[in-house]
Write a protein that binds this ligand. Structure first.
Ligand code: COI
Length: 331
C-alpha cells in the first residue's frame, strides 16, 4: 500500500515518522508542496493522498488527481469548506477529515485570548516594554463578572464552556443543534438575538458554512451590549470585518480577538517582517491595543498536529483497504 502526502511541514515530520514506524507495511512518500493541478501527478501510483492546505481543492485539482488514479483523499484538518464537492462527487472521491484533533487546543487559545482582552494585557505589555510600571489606566475586568455567550456548542465550544465555568463566568449558549447535557443545565438561549442582548463577551465556535457567512454583521452587532468583547477562533468568514472595525471605532465593541480572517490565505503563516502587510485592514487591527490578532494558531499545538497526522494517515489506510473510516466525510 502506498500513501502520498502533500504539504508536509517540518513540524509534522516527527508525528509522521512515528506513524511510519508503527505502520511499516505502508510505503509513504511526501512533498512540502501543496496539491495543485500541477503537483497532482506526484501521487500517481498511490492508493490514497493525504493533504492539508487552505488553498481550494478545485475541480481542476480534483480532476488532475483522479486522472492519476487517486480518489481517496484524507485531509489533516477539520475544515472542508475549500472542497469543490460537486467535482468530488463526479469522481466518486472518498474524503475524510479530522473533525476532533484537539478541541482543547482551540478552546484554550480562544479563552486565553478572551482573558487577555479582559485584562488588557496588550496595553499593559506595551507600557511595560516602555518601562512604565504604573497601574492606571490599565484596569482589567474579571471573568466571573461576565456573561459569556458561546455560539456553537460542538466539541470545541463545550471545552470552552468548561474553561469558562472554571473561571466562574456566567455562560449562555446558542446552537441550532443543542447538546442534551448543556440543555439539561439550562445554558441555552433560544435565539442569537437573546444571546446578543445578554452577553458581555461572545466567543464563536461554528463552522464557516454559507449560512454562517457574516453572521456577525452590522445588524448583529447593533443588537449586542455596548462595550461587548468578541472573540473569533472559528472561521474568518463568520465576521463582516468592516462592521467589526466600525464597531471598534464607535466603541460598541470594546475589545476584539481574532485568530482567523476572511482573507487570511496568503497572509497568515507568512513572514511579513520588514515588509508592509498587503492588507490595510489587518495592519489597522494589529495596531490597535484592544485587538488581539493571531495568525490561525489556535489549533497549533503538538498534540493537535500529532492527531492530525495520525488520524488522517489511518483514514487513508482504511480507504485504501476499501473500508469507510469513522471520520469519512458524508457529502
Ligand atoms: C482546521 O482544522 O480546519 C483549522 O482551522 C486548522 C488549520 C489551520 C490546520
Amino acid at each position: 500500500m502506498k500513501i502520498f502526502a502533500y504539504g508536509i511541514r517540518d513540524d509534522e515530520k516527527p508525528s509522521l515518522e512515528e506513524w511510519k514506524a508503527a505502520n511499516p507495511e505502508v510505503e509513504v512518500d511526501y512533498t512540502q508542496d501543496l496539491l495543485t493541478p500541477e503537483t497532482a501527478k506526484l501521487a500517481e501510483g498511490a492508493d490514497s493522498a493525504v493533504v492539508y492546505q487552505q488553498l481550494d481543492y478545485t475541480r481542476e485539482t480534483l480532476t488532475a488527481l483522479a486522472n492519476v488514479g487517486v480518489t481517496n483523499l484524507s485531509l489533516r484538518n477539520v475544515g472542508t469548506d475549500n472542497i469543490d464537492f460537486d467535482a468530488a462527487r463526479e469522481f466518486n472521491f472518498n474524503i475524510s477529515n479530522v473533525p476532533v484533533y484537539s478541541p482543547n487546543a482551540i478552546a484554550e487559545h480562544s479563552m486565553i485570548q478572551l482573558s487577555r482582552l479582559l485584562r488588557r494585557t496588550k496595553a499593559l505589555d506595551a507600557k511595560i516594554a516602555k518601562h512604565d510600571l504604573r497601574w492606571a489606566p490599565t484596569i482589567g475586568r474579571e471573568m466571573r463578572m461576565q456573561t459569556v455567550g458561546v455560539i456553537g456548542t460542538g466539541h470545541i465550544g463545550r471545552v470552552a464552556i468548561n474553561i469558562l465555568k472554571g473561571f466562574g463566568a456566567k455562560v449562555i449558549a446558542y446552537d441550532k443543534f443543542p447538546n442534551a447535557e448543556l440543555q439539561a443545565e439550562g445554558l441555552y438561549v433560544d435565539t442569537l438575538d437573546e444571546l446578543y442582548a445578554q452577553a458581555d463577551a461572545i466567543s464563536l465556535y461554528v463552522p464557516g458554512v454559507p449560512e454562517n457567512h457574516h453572521l456577525i454583521n452590522a445588524d448583529a452587532i447593533s443588537k449586542m451590549k455596548d462595550g461587548v468583547v468578541i472573540m473569533n477562533a472559528a472561521r474568518g468568514n463568520l465576521m463582516d470585518i468592516d462592521a467589526v472595525i466600525d464597531g471598534l471605532n464607535s466603541g460598541k465593541i470594546s475589545d476584539f480577538g481574532m485568530d482567523v480572517y476572511e482573507n487570511e490565505v496568503g497572509l497568515f503563516n507568512e513572514d511579513w517582517s520588514n515588509k508592509e502587510f498587503p492588507d490595510s485592514k489587518i495592519a489597522d487591527l494589529i495596531a490597535r491595543e484592544n485587538v488581539l490578532v493571531t495568525p490561525h494558531t489556535a489549533f497549533y499545538t503538538t498534540k493537535a498536529v500529532l492527531e492530525m497526522v495520525h488520524q488522517s494517515f489511518d483514514a487513508a489506510v482504511a480507504f485504501a483497504n476499501g473500508e469507510t473510516p469513522a471520520i469519512a466525510v458524508k457529502y
